[in-house]
Design a protein around this ligand. Structure first.
Ligand code: ATP
Length: 325
């Protein structure tokens, strides 16, 4: 395997007894990029991060992180990475500054070097004003920033972010996103797991969709969206018309229309949007359902995700049926 990537895995496997959490995961994350790892619950995302961060050993395959083998050189890998989780690892009884100085000592930065690294990170994450208050008095967003700062204490070349903004309000989330983007722009490789597709859409240069312990699709957010076509969306005049419009779209396209009651819209993903949208408009007109708007839009990442993981679930189900027959 070449070592030009920050994270490179081939056929990575991890089994817990009969449970195959990873079944041959291939990943390639270059330096200076954010890679979003997306997948439904139980897909293997956290296991992948744990294996790559040397917190648990793989049972098969191979992975290099910062050019070093996670199984044979875990200590070197650990020195090159930062890991921050969704549960802030800060100690609430210590001040922000004390927390970071503690992490600095743990990372081997002693004396003035540790103190100045802690101060630098407090400034970078706009935490200087609260630095000498105990962290238990801080807001959730501030604690999460401190957690991220702690993960950066050793200037990692590879950063693992496990659901970094879960539970944060939009302003606090924006703050974290800006910081992560800056880190990637400075050359750090970031492997991000997230439940928020909006987060992956905003941050990730590349997305790997994981399902059943394998990568089932990958590409830039735009490439993944293009793969499933466009979203035909109609806007009706009132709520009463929504259900009827959804039935018409379902019959015409065989898709699963998504109804947005707030915006009075019904949308469905279609591969041949230019042909299908006029047919939808004619069918709704025949059904006596008046429209205020009809448009073709790029699909949201949520739709891509649902489509990709649903297709896979269907394939697994078909496979099971075939096996049973
Ligand atoms: P979520 O989005 O719910 O966090 P995930 O994609 O991170 O899910 P993992 O936590 O990696 O998924 O779990 C993958 C599979 O491995 C699941 O079936 C899970 O139950 C199983 N698993 C994970 N850790 C262990 C463990 N320590 N012992 C046994 N099984 C485990």
């Amino acid at each position: 395997m070449t070592t030009t990537y920050a994270v490179l895995s081939e056929g990575l496997e991890k089994s817990y007894g009969d449970v195959h959490a990873l079944r041959g995961l291939d990943l390639a994350v270059p330096y200076g990029a954010v890679c979003g790892l997306l997948g439904p619950n139980g897909a293997g995302k956290t296991t992948a991060v744990r294996v790559l961060a040397t917190l648990t050993a793989p049972t098969g395959g191979r992975a290099l992180v910062a050019g070093h083998d996670v199984t044979r050189e875990p200590v070197v890998v650990r020195r090159a990475i930062g890991v921050t989780g969704q549960y802030a690892s800060v100690d609430g009884d210590l001040t922000g500054r004390e927390n970071l100085r503690l992490f600095a000592r743990l990372a081997g930065l002693r004396g003035a070097a540790g103190r100045s690294r802690a101060d630098e990170l407090l400034e970078r994450f706009a935490l200087g004003g609260a630095a000498d208050r105990v962290a238990s008095t801080w807001s959730g967003g501030m604690k999460r920033r401190l957690d991220l700062a702690a993960g950066l204490i050793n200037r990692p070349r590879v950063l693992f972010l496990d659901e970094p903004t879960t539970g944060l309000d939009p302003a606090a989330r924006e703050h974290i996103w800006t910081a992560v983007r800056e880190l990637a722009d400075e050359g750090t490789a970031v492997l991000l797991t997230t439940q928020y597709l909006e987060e992956a859409d905003r941050l990730a240069d590349d997305i790997v969709v994981v399902d059943g312990g394998r990568a089932v699709a990958g590409g830039t957010p735009a490439e993944l969206k293009a793969r499933i076509g466009a979203r035909a969306e109609v806007t009706v005049t009132d709520r009463a018309a929504l259900a009827g419009a959804a039935v018409v779209l379902d019959q015409l396209t065989g898709g699963s229309p998504v109804v947005d009651e707030g915006r009075l819209t019904v949308g469905v993903t279609v591969l041949d949007g230019d042909l299908t949208l006029p047919r939808i408009i004619r069918a709704l007109d025949s059904a006596g359902i008046p429209l205020t708007d009809a448009a073709l839009r790029p699909p949201t990442l949520d739709e891509v995700f649902l489509r990709l993981t649903r297709v896979r679930t269907a394939t697994i189900t078909e496979h099971a049926k075939e096996n049973a027959a």
